[in-house]
Structure formats: structure tokens, C-alpha cells
Design a protein around this ligand. Structure first.
Ligand SMILES: Cc1cc2nc3c(=O)[nH]c(=O)nc-3n(C[C@H](O)[C@H](O)[C@H](O)COP(=O)(O)OP(=O)(O)OC[C@H]3O[C@@H](n4cnc5c(N)ncnc54)[C@H](O)[C@@H]3O)c2cc1C
Length: 507
């Protein structure tokens, strides 16, 4: 007999270990990866090479302390978060103002120097690191919060604000940035907007297209495009901001952003549940939407292989024992009694209907964090593998897990482990294939197979990470030729010489 929901909740909460919160993306010490251009056999575009006179220009503009040319210091800007890709840029520039960005780009455009925009460098698709010797334009010093309006909930800030810092600042005014992701301690708002980042609460609050009210950006020739409106309604002509959202640094550099924050919830509950199979996961999902309604703010899923993975790599264990599937559900609201009543009632029905086999609920901050960290710390294990092939796809929920099962069969003994987890609420699956080491043969076995199958299941080959460098060659699988050509026309208009983030997004 199952313990009653409340009993199992109490006991299980006690079993939750006190995990360190995953605030910062940690680069573990590993061998340097090979140069991307060598590994991926790419040819350099016909851009100019950096000369002394270029350096003099940048030095006069920024001063030496806002330029990096030291080989060791350059390394962290040249290598991606996964330690898989490596460019060979010899210069990082750190502007502080829009005017400086404008002058840098105007000069680079005139001199035909390629530029790789970089924010927190947490891109999962190699969007933020150079492929060759592109100049890295880092926004890390553009980190000023310009205004917070606690009545309208609008925050205006520079693009280099770290997401978590911004959220902490708006929290003082009772607000919350409607975006939350595991990389929040490192990623910057400009990077988030440029990738149209999704994250853990997209299910409730929507994506950046919905939450960015306005932005300011600089195009390749240094032209400043001012669309920094803070109004919710403004139908005066084309909504140019949407072109920059998700454009991954290929159309311009975003310098300022106006975001519609939401009122910070005053009470939260997090439930961690175990289920027998994916069919039951879907039943629980449907029930949660029905019974929790407006207070449901996140719904995540992971399979038992993911739990094994974090157990092995990070010594994290399931807080509720072993089950084939786990669900993490979050509610956020403003009335503790009302929300608790709703979640406990939902759990009782889910248990009695045998949709879930066990569960635990956390209502206190520390315990909520502990449960969330089981999910949020998964990527910390990625750098502890021989090699991990990571895919970020979205699928209609009924087909959500088919791809994981299919990949297990498709990979056979080529993979050490195939596992899946993700943002179930948005149909966003993170499918991971762990192998002993990188091998082109394995990659060829995976791609384009995985993308073709995703398309056949009615999905998208990039749910929230973008195309970057790694997926660029598959753009034609995702969009018909006429659409790709139209995208190229837009790129040509914004950046005729193609100096902005070359080798990214387009095949
Ligand atoms: C542990 C971990 C968890 C993650 N979880 C999620 C998640 O849940 N959801 C999600 O969507 N992503 C997730 N990601 C991926 C990543 O964090 C996001 O894509 C994030 O939005 C990137 O922000 P960044 O500041 O690191 O940008 P970067 O990685 O530096 O850059 C990303 C892209 O944007 C461009 N860019 C950066 N700044 C600008 C600018 N100011 N103007 C124009 N272009 C610019 C870059 O050239 C690059 O193409 C995760 C990554 C990690 C490492």
C-alpha cells in the first residue's frame, strides 16, 4: 500500500540532501579542445586580418584595460562552455556604452574585420565563440540597470546584466524577471534575448518575444536602431525588435533591453514525483494543468537514466527512491493556503488514480531549492563525461519520449548511455548521448538522423538553444528554401559584408 500523500511527502522531504545551488557555470579543468576550424573542416571567410593600426584604433577608443590580447586570458573567451569548440581570436573588446559598440562596429565594417558577439558564453550550440580569429565583442561591462518601474513592472537595462543579478535587483521591488535557467548566474540578458532563451518558466510566462517590450541594437555598420519602447501596446509600424530576438548576433548587437517583469510570487510549492511510464507522466501533466490551473509555473521531466547519470557524476540521488520517470512541478502564487490546498488535492488525485507512485512536496525556500537543484544541476555532469552529444529539440508532447527510446535502439553499443529530460510543459526535450570520446563516426550515425526523425515526429530541431555554429548546417532541414533565402536577404540588408557572427545560423 502506498503511504498517504501527506505522509510520503513528509518522509521524502527529509531525504532530500542539501545540494549546493548551481549558480555559476563551472568550467572544469580539461584538456583544451582542438580548434573548431580543424575539427569541423571550415574555411575562413575573406575577412581582413587584425593589424597594428586596428589595435591602435581600439586602444584609443577603449583604453588598454578594456582590451584583452594576452593568450592565456583569451582562452576562456575562445572556448565554449562544453569545452568542445575553440576559436583563435587574438582580441577581446569590452565596450561600456552603445556609442562605443557603434564605433567598434562601424570601424570593423569599414576594415572588413569579423566580430563574434559574446555575453555569458553559455551557448550550447557554439554561438558565442569565434570559429577563426573573429574579434570577440564582450558585453560583460555593459551591466547597468537603467530603471525599474515597480508600478508597470518594466525594467530597462544594458545587455550585459547577468540574469541572476537583474532578478535580484528587481526582487527588491517585488518583481521577477520572467525567465529562469540553469545558467542564470553567468548568462546575460543580451545573450538571453539574442537566443530567445526559454528556460524553466516559459510554460507560464512565455518567451522573450512576449516579454521584451523594447530594445536597442547596433547594426554591422554602426547604425543604432532605437526600439527601446516600454509600452505594452505600440503598433506603430514594423516591430523590428522581433528581428533581433533570437537572431544570435547575426543581425546586430543588442545594447539595451526593456523587459516586462511579473509580480514576484509570495508563495511557492515544488513537488517531485515518481511515475511508472511516460503515459502516466502525460496523464499527470494533463491533470496538473486542469487542477492547478493559473498557479502552475513549471513542469519538468527526467527519466531514470538521467537520475543514474547525476547519481554517478554528481552523487545526487532521487529524493523519493527509484522510478522510471520523475516529474518536477512548481506552483507560484500569492495565497499560501489556497495554493497548498490545491497542490495537495492534486497530488491526492494523482496518487489515487495511480498516475504517480510517490511524491514529495517542498514549501520552504531551502527545500524548494534542494528539489530544484536535482533538475538544475544536471548540466554540471556534462563536463564529466568522455563525450556527450546534446540535442535540444521540441516535439508534440505525445511524441516527446519516443525519440529517446528510438535513439537507444539506433545507437546500440555505440553509446554508453542515452537519456532524456526537459521542459515537458513546452514539449522541449534535452536528449543526451554519452560516449567514451568524441568520434566523427558516432556523430555521423547521430546526425542528420536525429534531426530528420525530429522533423518526421512533427518537432523542431532547435527548441531553445538556437542554431549557433553546431546546428547551422541543418537550417535547411528546419526551414523551406524560400524561407532560408528570405532570412539571407534580411541578413544581407543588416550586415552586407557578413562581419557579424560569421559561420553561425546559416549553412
Ligand atoms: C547549465 C546551462 C543551462 C542552460 N539552460 C538553458 C535553458 O533552460 N534554456 C535556454 O534557452 N538555454 C539554456 N542554456 C543555454 C544558454 O544559457 C542560453 O542560450 C543563454 O540565453 C545564452 O546566454 P549568454 O549570455 O551566455 O550568451 P552567449 O552564450 O554569450 O551568446 C549566445 C548567442 O547570442 C549572441 N549574443 C550574445 N550577446 C549578444 C548581444 N548583446 N547582441 C547580439 N548577440 C549577442 C552570441 O553571439 C551567441 O550567438 C543553458 C546553458 C547552460 C550552460
Amino acid at each position: 500500500m502506498l503511504p498517504s500523500c501527506r505522509e510520503s511527502i513528509k518522509t521524502a522531504v527529509l531525504l532530500v540532501p542539501k545540494f549546493a545551488r548551481f549558480d555559476r557555470c563551472v568550467h572544469t579543468v580539461r584538456l583544451k579542445p582542438n580548434y573548431t576550424s580543424v575539427n569541423y573542416n571550415v574555411s575562413r571567410g575573406g575577412f581582413a586580418h587584425l593589424q597594428k593600426q586596428h589595435l591602435y584604433f581600439f586602444r584609443d577608443l577603449l583604453g588598454e584595460h578594456r582590451m584583452i590580447s594576452d593568450t592565456i586570458e583569451l582562452e576562456k573567451y575562445n572556448v565554449d562552455w562544453f569545452n568542445n569548440l575553440r576559436g583563435c581570436s587574438s582580441l577581446v573588446l569590452k565596450p561600456k556604452t552603445t556609442q562605443e559598440v557603434s564605433q567598434i562596429l562601424s570601424f570593423c565594417n569599414q576594415e572588413n574585420l569579423a566580430v563574434s558577439p559574446q555575453a555569458g558564453n553559455t551557448s550550447v550550440v557554439g554561438g558565442s565563440v569565434p570559429v577563426f580569429d573573429e574579434i570577440i565583442l564582450s558585453t560583460e561591462l555593459m551591466n547597468k540597470i537603467i530603471s525599474i518601474d515597480d508600478t508597470s513592472g518594466v525594467v530597462v537595462c544594458q545587455a550585459g546584466c547577468v540574469l541572476e543579478n537583474l532578478d535580484t535587483a528587481v526582487a527588491e521591488k517585488g518583481l521577477m524577471v520572467p525567465l529562469d535557467l540553469g545558467a542564470k548566474g553567468s548568462c546575460q540578458i543580451g545573450g538571453n534575448v539574442s537566443t530567445n532563451a526559454g528556460g524553466l518558466r516559459l510554460f507560464r510566462y512565455g518567451n522573450m518575444h512576449g516579454n521584451v517590450l523594447g530594445l536597442e541594437a547596433v547594426t554591422a555598420d554602426g547604425n543604432i536602431i532605437e526600439c527601446l519602447g516600454t509600452l505594452k501596446k505600440d503598433n506603430t509600424g514594423y516591430h523590428l525588435k522581433h528581428l533581433f530576438i533570437g537572431s544570435e548576433g547575426t543581425l546586430g548587437i543588442i545594447t539595451k533591453v526593456a523587459i516586462q517583469c511579473t509580480t514576484r510570487p509570495t508563495c511557492q510549492n515544488v513537488a517531485f514525483l515518481g511515475a511508472q511510464n511516460f503515459r502516466k507522466v502525460l496523464k499527470t501533466f494533463k491533470l496538473a494543468k486542469q487542477d492547478l490551473g493559473e498557479i502552475l509555473s513549471a513542469i519538468e521531466v527526467m527519466d531514470s537514466a538521467t537520475m543514474e547519470f547525476i547519481g554517478e557524476k554528481l552523487n545526487i540521488n532521487s529524493p523519493i527512491g527509484d522510478y522510471p520517470f520523475y516529474l518536477l512541478l512548481e506552483t507560484s502564487g500569492s495565497n499560501t493556503n489556497h495554493d497548498s490546498e490545491k497542490i495537495f488535492k492534486f497530488l491526492e488525485i494523482a496518487l489515487n488514480s495511480h498516475f504517480i507512485l510517490n511524491g514529495t512536496v517542498a514549501v520552504e525556500h531551502a527545500k524548494i531549492n534542494a528539489l530544484w537543484s536535482v533538475r538544475e544541476r544536471i548540466p554540471e555532469g556534462f563536463n564529466l563525461c568522455g563525450h556527450l552529444f546534446c540535442y535540444d529539440v521540441s516535439l508534440p508532447v505525445e511524441n516527446y519520449f519516443i525519440l529517446v527510446d528510438e535513439m537507444k535502439i539506433h545507437m546500440g553499443s555505440l553509446a554508453d548511455r542515452v537519456f532524456g529530460f526537459g521542459h515537458l510543459g513546452d514539449g522541449n526535450l534535452h536528449l543526451q548521448i554519452e560516449t567514451k570520446e568524441f568520434s566523427q563516426q558516432i556523430k555521423d550515425h547521430l546526425e542528420p538522423y536525429i534531426f530528420k526523425r525530429t522533423a518526421q515526429f512533427g518537432g523542431s530541431i532547435s527548441a531553445e538553444h538556437g542554431m549557433g555554429f553546431l546546428k547551422a548546417k541543418y537550417l535547411n532541414l528546419a526551414r523551406p528554401p524560400s524561407t532560408v533565402n528570405f532570412m539571407k536577404d534580411i541578413k544581407q540588408m543588416f550586415d552586407p559584408k557578413g562581419i557579424l557572427n560569421p559561420y553561425k545560423v546559416f549553412p
